[in-house]
Design a protein around this ligand. Structure first.
Ligand code: PXL
Length: 275
């Protein structure tokens, strides 16, 4: 067996979804699919299945820091992805840990689940905007999250542009407002950064199996950034990965089913060959 030592380590900081569709397990599966090595810190233990979220217990900031610091001491972490963070204290702890880091950080501002359940305390919103966004390489809200973050209603291109630019002003280097949850025919993701705006459109896949698409998309971006791919080139690759993962979803559970995180036709070089 030959193992390539250049395998990138990606750190996922997210909530634990026992059903494996979203959160840490989705992050780790995505990171593996992209040929990276995933390490993780769990912000919150959620109780859920494909039908809904029935509660959660947030980790306190101290235990979160205790999970993250030994990983940073030991591994050369190439990029970081944050998902469900739960509380303002958790957001502040993470912001302090990475305040002097120049590694790519993908911030997925998880506020509610696909099934409509709240995953972050209202009080954490401010900390997210003020402390974590200024450290973010890219923030990836869906339209609903972009509305909550800005207080705007997004119903056409102008308000979408305005919301994205407000999020950029909060200090992120780039923002992608994802459109996968909308009802329109095409799934358009709107990117805004210092170079300007770009819409990434792909044909919508109609499916009930969309649990964890946001988590998986942001983890895919973190892997590609770790591998040195530019954000504008990474977005179409991450989108195609999600499209294939939905198309080949295993049809599990009675609600929003999980993705297939290892779709055939998307075998990235895992940098590990068996001889
Ligand atoms: O998809 C958003 C999300 C993120 N993180 C956790 C979740 C969910 C949705 O259910 O459970 C832990």
């Amino acid at each position: 067996m030959k193992v390539n030592a250049s395998q990138k380590v990606v750190l996922a900081i997210s909530g634990f979804d026992p059903s494996g569709g979203a959160g840490t397990l989705a992050d780790i599966k995505t990171i593996s699919a992209f040929g990276c090595y995933g390490v993780a810190a769990i912000t919150s233990l959620t109780f859920q299945n494909t039908e809904g979220v029935f509660g959660s217990v947030h980790q306190d900031a101290k235990t979160l820091g205790q999970q993250i610091r030994p990983l940073l001491d030991d591994f050369e972490v190439a990029s970081i992805k944050t998902g469900m963070l739960g509380t303002a204290d958790a957001v502040i702890e993470i912001s302090e840990i990475f305040s002097r880091s120049n590694k790519p950080i993908v911030v997925d501002p998880v506020l509610i689940s696909t099934s409509g359940d709240e995953l972050m305390q209202e009080s954490a919103l401010k900390a997210l905007r003020n402390s974590l966004f200024p450290l973010a390489t890219v923030v990836t809200p869906n339209r609903f999250e972009a509305e909550k973050l800005t207080g705007l209603i997004i119903n056409e291109q102008l308000s979408l542009r305005r919301a994205a630019s407000q999020i950029l002003e909060m200090g992120a280097r780039a923002v992608i407002v994802t459109g996968g949850d909308d009802e329109e025919e095409d799934a358009g993701d709107f990117l805004l950064d210092s170079e300007g705006e770009q819409m990434f459109v792909s044909r919508r896949v109609r499916s009930r199996n969309t649990h964890g698409t946001g988590c998986s998309f942001s983890s895919a971006l973190a892997c590609l950034l770790a591998q040195g791919v530019l954000l504008r080139d990474a977005i179409p690759v991450a989108k195609e990965y999600i499209r294939l993962a939905i198309l080949s979803a295993p049809e599990l559970g009675r609600g929003h089913g999980p993705l297939n995180h290892f779709p055939s036709g998307f075998a990235q070089d895992t940098e590990c060959t068996l001889e």
